[in-house]
Design a protein around this ligand. Structure first.
Ligand code: ADP
Ligand code: ASP
Ligand code: MG
Length: 453
């Protein structure tokens, strides 16, 4: 069971999570994110230190005070004393990272990960202590010791074999003793022992990797909404719950920005055929969404999602290079740098390839393109969003792209580019960022997603 930052926020949040866990039955492993806002605060402080600006001490003090306040409200004397000592140590280490980071080069990205994932250590410690206060045997476990990763900062990939051995070695004996492990989400480590992270929102991924290597019966993601909805409820008030979603649909939705699940979280569960359930922490009695293998139903749109902060890169091939050579170069550079390509279109007449990527990956994408030999020019539009309709078995369903164009056109929304995803589970369109809310609402209505059933 994984609990997100909003679920575990404040005294009430920790109590609610502890009460769900205490009735969870034997054999439960908990995974927790940092309390909401903590990762942002820690990251801002550490980034300020890298840039030589003040801000580190302020972040350290704010995070310290917030956690101390919750602990004081929640814990008995003995637990409070040991938590306070631990809090002091974690915050000192955070400030030490900050001092080392001051003026550091781009290599500092690893240390930023270690610094900004301290919130998970604190959330796991507070939750475990409060469970013990309720008479539940529980212990906090740092996933930096369980998940061995390789790859890029902020997008480390767990090595299944090594992580599996470590996780089983540490967690199964605890479960056998009737102790509930409370594992830090987000955090992982390299084989050499450096702390890494699974990227922003990556605690979902922690949960599915652990679920897979422990051969869990189910993986439950507890969050602040009822489950996977037909659209982001922040944009579409009349979005509806989807009681069942296939692994393939969930992969598409999370890949294209549906924040309810991290983009890399589904595959570990899908390969092990373990169902993922999304549940609302505030309403544990509600069924939520179950994600599992499903036979494709009739091809139709099931949800609309958006990557709000996106960029569109239009790349022109050098004279005589040809589009294939440019494409080969660009996509292998993007693959090495783990760039998320949201959509791709090309024009052979103009010898251009257009790629939409998440805005947060723009700097990495620019760096990846620096050595490109077949690239003549790049034009970057950085104020765009990608809106995507998703549904299993849309393959062969004529007219989805047409209906999409039509609905957007009717609302006066200009479509910058459109493409069918390679999986044929998704059709994506690029729109101006200012139009993204209207575009998602127009598509939600066009495909009848608010309707009954
Ligand atoms: P947590 O802190 O539990 O990890 P997140 O904020 O990461 O929670 O994810 C939950 C949020 O995902 C919701 O508040 C909602 O705004 C957003 N979201 C985006 N798209 C969807 C969708 N299709 N269904 C449900 N929630 C969505
Ligand atoms: N606390 C981390 C973040 O804010 C990880 C997570 O929430 O899943 O990105
Ligand atoms: Mg999340």
């Amino acid at each position: 069971m994984k609990f997100g930052g909003t679920s575990i926020q404040g005294r009430r949040g920790v109590e609610r999570v502890a009460s769900i866990l205490s009735s969870g039955g034997p054999g439960t492993v908990a995974v927790v994110s940092a309390m909401a806002g903590t990762t942002d605060a820690l990251l801002e402080g550490a980034e300020a230190a890298v840039a030589g600006r003040p801000g580190l001490d302020q972040a350290a003090a704010a995070v310290r005070e917030e956690h101390l306040r919750v602990a004081q409200d929640l814990l008995g004397e003995g637990e409070l004393d040991s938590f306070s000592a631990y809090l002091g140590a974690v915050i000192s280490r955070y400030r030490a990272y900050g001092a080392l980071l001051a003026g550091a080069s781009s290599d500092a990205r690893r240390s930023l990960e270690a610094a900004s994932s301290a919130g998970e250590l604190l959330a796991a410690a507070i939750l475990a202590a409060s469970l013990r206060g309720m008479g539940v045997s529980a212990t906090a476990v740092d996933a930096a010791r369980l998940l061995v990763t390789e790859g890029h900062p902020w997008a480390a990939e767990p090595l299944v074999q090594e992580s599996g051995e470590l996780a089983r070695g540490e967690l199964l004996p605890l479960l056998r003793d009737g102790t509930l492990p409370v594992v830090t989400g987000f955090r992982a480590g390299t084989a050499a022992g450096q702390v890494t992270t699974l990227g922003r929102g990556g605690s979902d991924h922690t949960a599915t990797v652990l679920g897979a290597v422990l051969a869990a019966a189910e993986i439950w993601i507890w969050t602040e909404v009822d489950g996977i909805l037909t659209a982001d409820p922040r944009l579409v008030a009349e979005s509806r719950l989807l009681p069942e979603v296939s692994y393939a649909e969930a992969i598409e939705l999370s890949y294209f920005g549906a924040k309810v699940l991290h983009g890399r979280a589904v595959p570990p569960a899908a390969s092990a055929a373990i169902p993922i359930r999304i549940k609302n922490t505030m309403h544990p009695d509600r069924a939520g969404t179950v994600i599992e293998a499903r036979r494709p139903g009739p091809g139709r749109v099931r949800a609309v999602t958006q990557m709000e902060q996106a960029c569109l890169l239009t790349m022109t091939a050098s004279p005589g290079a040809g589009l294939n050579r440019l494409a080969g170069e660009v996509f292998s550079a993007f693959a090495d740098a783990r760039i998320t390509t949201l959509m791709v279109t090309q024009s052979s007449a103009e010898q251009v390839i257009c790629v939409a990527i998440p805005a947060v990956e723009l700097t990495a994408a620019r760096e990846a393109l620096l050595p490109a030999r077949f690239l003549l020019a790049v034009d970057i539009k950085d104020q765009v969003s990608v809106v995507v309709v998703v549904g299993e078995a849309m393959r062969g369903t004529a007219g989805i792209a047409g209906a999409m164009f039509g609905a957007l056109g009717e609302h006066g929304i200009n479509v910058v580019a459109i493409s069918q995803g390679s999986s044929e589970l998704a059709v994506a369109a690029v729109v101006k960022r200012q139009d993204v809310g209207d575009a998602v609402r127009a598509l939600h209505r066009q495909f009848g997603l608010a309707g009954p059933g």
